[in-house]
Write a protein that binds this ligand. Structure first.
Ligand code: HT7
Ligand code: ZN
Length: 884
């Protein structure tokens, strides 16, 4: 398969200005008629018209109403003799939606038709210039059996409906906004909708609709509320209004990702849309709010201004993740709840994106090349991309960033642009700022892969009352990038006295202190910052709020971390101190091979946090949760997943035992008596109660005490919401309590008709703490369970991704059985859904850092897969990069 390079970009030889599509929908054979107005692009040399098309059956090609000669080469339809002047092009073809298990293009799910066109799915529907810089105005006519498909939807406004012969009906849609083909969508299905009319600030009326299967309507209230909140927020924060009279959201159970931002017709994985207290957890409610917001925000960042080519993906994805993260923080409102959002986002970044950035698939936020674009919808493009956008905001300030966004839309509304255009708009709106004076250096964030390391060391001069902070940066080599240049790293910081008081900050050369928090800009390999008027040796609080996506080595002692944990004005850094204290102890045990012993200093600090009446439950839960095994692995040059698991497990057991009375008190104190709400306060209380219960059940099980397992079982049975029910179930399962088995059976019996809950049931078992191979054996059994199928991505992920990507101790086995299972399942999945197979294949990205015998066995398994001739581009690219 061909490698596509960013530097090879050329504008298209032709533009498609309008497209009139007619679909005669039939699951076995759908007829597609496409009538286009085409124009030669005078800016590029004259050449043939080359249209993309895959898995299609071509029936006819007419230019200006006349047949024309053409040829098909691979996935291209080539017309050599296209006219110079504007012309009409008509193409007729068929496709087979019910055979389309890849879920890209037009496919069937639950008896309805759905589409997914990003990135290159439109070419699986009809022949087209399927690239994001070709933007056209679409008119779409859908014809289908009325009884089976009473709802017929496409982008934009409904122009007409009509009854046809043979029980069929028709709907015609028109989207006035020119759009790239990846934003096209259609839905034809038996659905019902929740509707809400709203009037926005701008005084315009809009109809909002959420379409789902009949039985799911009462689970759409949260999504509708999230949509309304998103519309209000985007108008208030960025002055961006809803530009359509009608905005539709549709749920589908077979879907490769969370959701898709098709213009005016967002399509959602039901897992990212449906929620009721009985079936969805607090985390699900939060995820739905953020995905609904994310897709809605794409309407401006992605749809009104789109990407010139797929290398610019982070232009829309990084920016839209940033916007959804800001939205979630603003919705959380209270400062402590905002900090909780930030901590959760950073935890996800560090446990998923950091490993990506140091593994075989490391790539820049703006990649240089790809074989299969679907493999580049990654945490680097999304989450690191969002951190890059956050750094713009940190460097120019919130108002400066809003001014930059305004300029971006003034310049580029209706265009397909690049990350450089975005950078220029933010910089030009902020002349003289810390960004615009070093813009070219800042843009290295787009071109250099890898996570920069920042080392910070302070030295205090008591006589001069100065504190000199020396910052150094270094970005280790990553595939294809041996040597890196310094990046622009905003370091938000403050200084505390040893007693925990906040100190004023005055840099050498300044006449007076400037506040108690400031942003130091590191843009050289090494820089010194001298603070004056510092009365005693301070404790530095660096990288507050995680102001840059780097790995910080601040060299702080335990005593200094304890000062930060107790007193830092920045809640993020208080949490960070808690994690560092735990991490230091776990790493010490793993590096020396000694048994982990949690000392009194650490345990006392954790007890203090747990007892502190001033701290929110949500913060306590985060501070008392130990670092994940993936994050621990990231700190090591050689990774033995079993040793890491043993150390983290030992830390759990000791934390459970030493704080037993406090866990019990926290459990009792955090029972939510009021009616269920997915609010930050209630969610925080339930999270802490669940953590406390898991500690209490673990401690009791280890000591043969039946009381807490019994209480957990009771809570599991009586729970009125999924957060508490799943929390109690997972406490029993992870502690390997005897009651885990009956609880699992009961859970399945209760929810066997709720697909999204059955997914949780599979995932919980596949993620369960490994216990001498029992978890792995259970996953093997579950692969044979009648409810398991590789055809549904949520279900496949619930078992395979859970084991291979989120349960290192169960997956990495000395007998290599985990890798054998991975190789088998990746190949099976590849025959059904290559996009999904490519994602599961990535479980082996970090094989080179594994200790023996894992490393050799992992390599062998990857090589076995790579040797298969019939692999998709998706899986081939992943395994070949792994072996490179
Ligand atoms: N822009 C979308 C990315 C996407 C996708 C969505 C669903 C199925 C397949 C997909 N391929 C790419 C989703 C988003 O970022 O909002
Ligand atoms: Zn997105």
């Amino acid at each position: 398969a061909a490698l596509i390079r960013r530097e090879d970009y050329v504008a298209p030889a032709y533009w498609i200005r309008t497209v009139d599509l007619t679909f005669d929908l039939d699951p076995a054979k759908t007829l597609v008629t496409s009538k286009m107005k085409v124009e030669r692009n005078a800016a590029v040399p004259h050449g043939p018209l080359r249209l993309h098309g895959e898995e299609l059956n071509l029936l006819r090609v007419l230019i200006n109403g006349e047949s024309v000669s053409f040829r098909q080469e691979g996935h291209e339809l080539i017309i050599e003799s296209a006219p110079d002047a504007d012309f009409s092009l008509e193409i007729r073809n068929t496709c087979a939606p019910e055979k389309n298990s890849s879920l890209s293009g037009l496919y069937t799910s639950g008896g309805g038709f759905f589409t997914q066109c990003e990135a290159e799915g439109f070419r699986r529907i009809t022949y087209f210039l399927d690239r994001p810089d070709v933007m056209a105005v679409y008119t779409v006519t859908l014809r289908a059996d009325k009884a089976k498909y009473p709802v017929l939807l496409s982008n934009g406004n409904l122009l007409e409906t009509a009854e046809l012969d043979n029980g069929r009906h028709l709907a015609k849609w028109h989207d006035p906004f020119p759009k790239p083909s990846y934003l096209f969508a259609l839905v034809a299905a038996d659905l019902v909708s929740r509707e809400q009319r709203i009037r926005t600030r701008a005084g315009r009326d809009h109809l909002l609709q959420v379409y789902v299967r009949r039985g799911d309507l009462e689970k759409t209230e949260h999504a509708m509320n999230s949509l309304i909140a998103s519309i209000v927020w985007d108008e208030a924060r960025f002055g961006l209004p809803l530009d359509l009279e009608r905005f539709m959201v549709v749920g589908v159970s077979d879907f490769n990702m969370g959701a898709m931002e098709n213009k005016g017709l967002n399509i959602f994985n039901t897992s990212a849309l449906l929620a009721s207290p009985a079936t969805a957890t607090d985390a699900d409610f939060a995820r739905i709010e953020s995905i609904v917001a994310h897709e809605y925000f794409h309407n401006w960042t992605g749809n009104r201004v789109t990407c010139r080519d797929w290398f610019q993906l982070s232009l829309k994805e990084g920016l839209t993740v940033f916007r959804d993260q800001e939205f979630s923080m603003d919705m959380a409102a209270a400062p402590s709840a905002r900090a909780v959002c930030r901590i959760q986002d950073v935890r996800a970044l560090r446990s998923v994106q950091f490993p990506e950035d140091s593994g075989a698939m490391a790539h820049p936020v703006r990649p240089d090349s790809y074989v299969e674009i679907n493999n580049f919808y990654t945490p680097t493009v999304y989450e690191k991309g969002s951190e890059v956008v956050r750094m713009y905001q940190t460097l120019v300030g919130r108002q400066g960033f809003e001014a930059g966004m305004k300029l971006y839309f003034e310049r580029h509304d209706g265009q397909a642009v690049t990350c450089d255009d975005f950078a220029a708009a933010i910089a030009d709106a902020n002349p003289g700022s810390a960004l615009s004076t070093r813009l070219e250096t800042f843009k290295r964030w787009y071109s250099q892969s890898g996570t920069p390391r920042v080392q910070a060391r302070g030295s205090y001069d008591a006589a001069a009352q100065t504190y000199t902070l020396t910052l150094k940066q270094h970005n280790p080599a990553t595939p294809g990038q041996e040597h890196k240049l310094p990046q622009v790293i905003p370091v938000t910081m403050g200084l505390l006295s040893r007693e925990g008081q906040v100190l004023p900050l005055q840099l050498q050369g300044e006449a007076a202190p400037v506040g108690t928090e400031r942003v130091l800009v590191l843009d050289q390999a090494e820089q010194c910052f001298v603070f004056t008027g510092v009365a005693s040796e301070p404790v530095p609080s660096l990288l507050r709020g995680f102001s840059a996506p780097v790995i910080l080595d601040d060299g702080l002692t335990d005593a200094e971390l304890l000062v930060l944990l107790q007193h830092d004005a920045d809640a993020f850094n208080r949490w960070e101190a808690s994690q560092r204290l735990a991490l230091n102890r776990i790493l010490q045990a793993v590096r020396t091979g000694e048994t982990l012993v949690l000392d009194a200093a650490y345990l006392d600090a954790m007890r203090t946090v747990l007892r502190d009446p001033q701290l929110d439950a949500a913060f306590k839960e985060l501070a008392l949760t130990l670092p994940g095994e993936a994050y621990v692995a990231e700190q090591l040059e050689v990774v033995d997943p079993q040793e890491i698991h043993a150390a983290v497990e030992a830390a759990h057991v000791q934390l459970a035992a030493a704080l037993a009375d406090d866990w019990a008190a926290a459990y009792e104190a955090n029972q939510v008596k009021a009616g269920y709400e997915p609010s930050p306060v209630q969610s925080g209380q339930r999270a802490l109660a669940n953590l406390a219960l898991s500690m209490l059940v673990l401690h009791a099980t280890r000591n043969g005490d039946a009381v807490w397992p019994g209480r957990a079982y009771q809570r599991f049975k009586d729970a009125t919401n999924m957060t508490e029910r799943l929390g109690a179930l997972s406490a029993l399962v992870n502690a390997h309590a005897e009651l885990a088995e009956p609880a699992l059976q009961r859970f399945h019996a209760l929810f066997k008709h709720e697909a999204l809950v059955v997914d949780k049931w599979f995932a919980l078992q596949a993620r369960a703490a490994e216990d001498g191979g029992k978890t792995f054996a259970r996953v093997k059994q579950l692969l044979q369970h009648p409810d398991f199928t590789l055809k549904n991505p949520n279900r496949a992920r619930s078992l395979l991704a859970s084991l291979c990507m989120f349960n290192p101790a169960a997956f990495h086995r000395a007998d290599a059985a985990g890798y054998v299972l991975w190789a088998e399942q990746v190949q099976l999945l590849d025959g059904i859904n290559p996009q999904l197979a490519g994602r599961v294949a990535r479980a082996m990205d970090r094989w080179t850092v594994l200790a023996e015998p894992y490393r050799a066995a992992a390599r062998e398994a990857i090589a076995r897969v790579a040797a298969k001739p019939e692999l998709s581009n998706d899986v081939r690219e992943i395994v070949e990069r792994a072996l490179a």
